[in-house]
Design a protein around this ligand. Structure first.
Ligand code: URA
Length: 242
């Protein structure tokens, strides 16, 4: 094949592979029509296209506008409010949680319930930062999974492109993944969080720290776990030179 024909094809293939990666795939699926199969398997009809993530960074407002009144997965059928994220759009530090709970669903804001109080305490008392001024907080899924169940892979895949664009828009110096689902989603593999918390990773050229989710800390409120999160946040502050 002539190189003038091959190059656009290769570019298209590269874009498609990046798109699959952003949807959370870590292997190349064999099915010819991946999206048709995904729709059939979930029985949920996507009425909106997934957000393409292989373009220039959009502003947070543009990402939120594109998310719109999202119906890309079945969580839209039971949510009260979309929880996009909150904080400083230019923050050096972003916390990524799992998904909204009942309080967040009610208010449309992330981490405003019990785990939110704990996260605020970690940020403000533990790190000496201001939650609204110094951080941005969001989740891997923007709608509440009913009964606070774990988000399903299809739900994460439908929502991940928006998280990717949020991070691209904010360009923080450090991301902190709170718990296993956030860590696994950002790293594209299943993360054993007890083993890997406290370790540095990289997400799209940004330093990524993995730590326990505040709700884990509330549930297992041991000196050891509290010290672990404290140590992890000390590493983050050092990286931020704060
Ligand atoms: N837990 C999360 O992971 N995110 C929230 O926004 C609230 C609780």
């Amino acid at each position: 094949m002539e190189s003038s024909k091959r190059e656009p094809l290769l570019r298209e293939l590269k874009d498609y592979l990046i798109h699959l990666k952003d949807l959370g795939y870590t292997e190349i699926p064999c099915e010819a029509n991946l999206f048709a199969n995904a729709q059939q398997s979930t029985g949920f009809q996507q009425s909106q296209p997934p957000l393409s993530t292989n373009e220039m960074a959009k502003s947070l407002t543009a990402v939120q506008k594109e998310l719109g009144d999202c119906t890309r997965c079945k969580l839209s059928q039971t949510r009260k409010n979309i929880v996009f994220g909150s904080g400083n759009p230019n923050a050096d530090l972003v916390f990524v949680g799992e998904g909204p709970g009942a309080d967040e669903d009610e208010q449309g804001l992330p981490f405003v319930g019990r785990s939110g109080k704990k996260l605020t305490e970690i940020i403000e008392k533990g790190m000496g930062l201001n939650r609204e001024k110094d951080t941005y907080i969001c989740n891997i899924v923007k709608c509440r999974p009913p009964g606070n169940r774990d988000p399903e892979p299809e739900e994460i895949a439908a929502c991940k492109p928006f998280l990717v664009q949020q991070l691209k828009a904010i360009k923080p110096k450090v991301i902190v993944a709170l718990g296993k689902p956030a860590s696994s989603t950002l790293l594209g593999r299943t993360v054993p969080i007890v083993k890997e918390r406290g370790t540095w990773h990289e997400y799209e050229g940004i330093k990524l720290m993995l730590t326990f989710h505040p709700s884990y800390l509330i549930r297992f409120y041991t000196l050891e776990n509290r010290k672990a999160v404290h140590d992890d946040m000390k590493k983050v502050l050092k990286e931020l030179k704060r």
